[in-house]
Design a protein around this ligand. Structure first.
Ligand SMILES: NC(=O)c1ccc[n+]([C@@H]2O[C@H](COP(=O)([O-])OP(=O)(O)OC[C@H]3O[C@@H](n4cnc5c(N)ncnc54)[C@H](O)[C@@H]3O)[C@@H](O)[C@H]2O)c1
Length: 447
């Protein structure tokens, strides 16, 4: 028994209420796209934080407090003191990419973090050497991968990925693993016959059906090996019946999709505000300039379409036009991403919002966000890895809707509306944590 949380729980709780198993041993974190901007910023940042070289700003798991109800009292505790998360020192990183640079070279290449900030963790980063990726250029037209697996069929590739997973776990003495997709956005894809059941998916992979995206091969390999999977891109990947069936069979957790970082994060804060105050909305025009490799990939119409669908879904489902036809039945919502190399990872976004007030009088709101894409995404990767591991240790399997807080297109049960409102999502997340540690859950207004 170790950590402040256990001492706290022994004093305050009946330990039998706790659903989650303690984190023991090492957690292997395998990142798909390990040489990318988000991945290297996440990994370098985590290494720097655990060496005491930087602060984990933006990470809910590292900084937030969690309120707990003790009789008539509400007490506030540091979340990481009361929820048994894996310690950062127990994490081992690895992953796959379609380019061979090691973690240090890739972080320099990404140009997100300054070389001086990588100095203190250079040696650790150099040891992160990507395993060869599963790649089909039809899914990411702008990239010419040079570090890729060969095999006759998708099924052969999956077998190789499964072997990678087993070897990594053994060689690094890991107790458990988590896989997170921080790879490129694939072209837009709808479910087809291959996605409808586990049997049809396996048949399609054996026949090397090109309907099976590379990301699906990683997710299939992960769930088959009992490893939880996080989808950070808007790709279809785990969002279809065959994956539900596989996760149920192997008892594995998964979540997605598409990290909610910049413009969409703002939308899920502002749209609830407009609705709460019963302000109308006529239009929302969002545009961005972005010059990193993600921007280049999204410059291809097929890949942009995947991102566009993910970004567009947000405001309509928060505002519910059916309930408020006078306010929200005719919204013009447009999203643009423009590839502009000089700006690199330092994305700039502009939003023009056309609002309607008292007696129908028009108003406008303009937002200019000068952000850094990977600086926003990296803490979400850390939180998601720790929380998905927590879910798996708590015996949760299948789709983890309570992690919707982190995603632009939160996965949801078919037939149910996704929850986009960030405050509702945060409440759901915190209540799930309370439930997992055997604490009483709160109503929104008490929280
Ligand atoms: N940064 C953000 O704010 C943000 C927000 C939401 C979603 N995302 C998504 O996160 C992903 C990563 O973004 P990024 O800026 O790091 O992009 P990036 O281009 O820098 O990194 C992607 C990496 O994935 C690799 N890759 C591509 N296909 C692969 C495959 N089949 N197997 C293994 N590796 C593969 C690429 O070589 C590259 O190293 C993108 O899909 C992006 O849309 C980013």
């Amino acid at each position: 028994m170790r950590n402040a949380y256990l001492a706290f729980f022994k004093e305050n709780n009946n330990m039998e209420n706790m659903l989650v198993k303690e984190a023991q041993g090492k957690l292997g974190v395998l990142v798909v796209g390990v040489g990318g901007a988000v991945a290297t910023t996440f990994i370098a940042g985590t290494l720097a934080v655990r060496k005491g070289l930087a602060k984990p700003i933006g990470s809910m798991t590292q900084l937030s407090h969690l309120k707990l109800k003790k009789g008539n009292q509400i007490i506030s505790k540091k979340l990481s003191d009361v929820v048994p998360l894996t310690q950062l020192n127990d994490i081992v990183f690895g992953g796959w990419d379609i380019f061979p640079e090691n973690g240090y070279e890739a972080a320099l290449h990404a140009e997100v973090l300054l070389a001086k900030d990588l100095d203190g963790i250079r040696d650790e980063l150099k040891t992160i050497r990507p395993m060869k990726g599963v790649f089909d250029q039809n899914y990411v037209k702008r990239l010419n991968g040079t570090w890729i697996k060969s095999g006759e069929t998708r099924w052969d590739m999956v077998e190789q990925l499964r072997e990678d997973i087993r070897s990594f776990k053994k060689e690094n003495g890991c107790d458990r693993l988590v896989i997170i997709w921080a790879g490129s956005t694939e072209i837009f894809q709808k479910e087809s016959a291959a996605h409808q059941s586990l049997a049809s998916l396996e048949t399609a992979m054996r026949a090397n059906d090109t309907e099976v995206a590379p990301s699906v091969c990683y997710a299939y390999a992960a769930l088959s090996e009992g490893v939880p999977y996080i989808n950070g891109a808007p790709n279809l990947t785990v969002d279809f019946p065959a994956m539900d069936e596989l996760a149920a069979k192997t008892g594995v957790a998964f979540c997605g999709k598409d990290f909610k970082t910049g413009q969409t994060l703002l939308k899920t804060v502002l749209a609830p505000m407009f609705k709460t105050r019963m302000l109308g909305l006529e239009g929302w025009f969002s545009t961005n300039i972005l010059g990193n490799r993600d921007g280049e990939v999204l410059d291809e119409p097929g890949n942009f379409k995947t991102k566009e669908e993910s970004k567009l879904s947000v405001i309509e489902s928060i505002l519910v036009a059916d309930d408020y036809p006078d306010l929200y039945s005719d919204i013009y919502h447009k999203v643009r991403i423009n590839y502009y190399p000089p700006r690199k990872d330092n994305k700039e976004s502009w939003d023009n919002i056309d609002l309607v007030g008292w007696l129908g009088y028009p108003m406008q709101m303009k937002i200019n966000f000068l952000c850094r894409d990977s600086i926003l995404a990296a803490p979400l990767c850390l939180d998601l890895v720790l929380l998905t591991d927590l879910a798996q240790r708590s015996g949760l399997s299948g789709m983890q809707t309570w992690l919707g807080f982190y995603f632009k297109s939160p996965m949801h049960v078919p037939g149910k509306l996704p929850v986009h409102d960030i405050f509702v999502q945060y409440d759901v997340l915190k209540n799930k944590l309370r439930e997992l540690i055997g604490e009483e859950t709160f109503l929104l207004e008490e929280n």
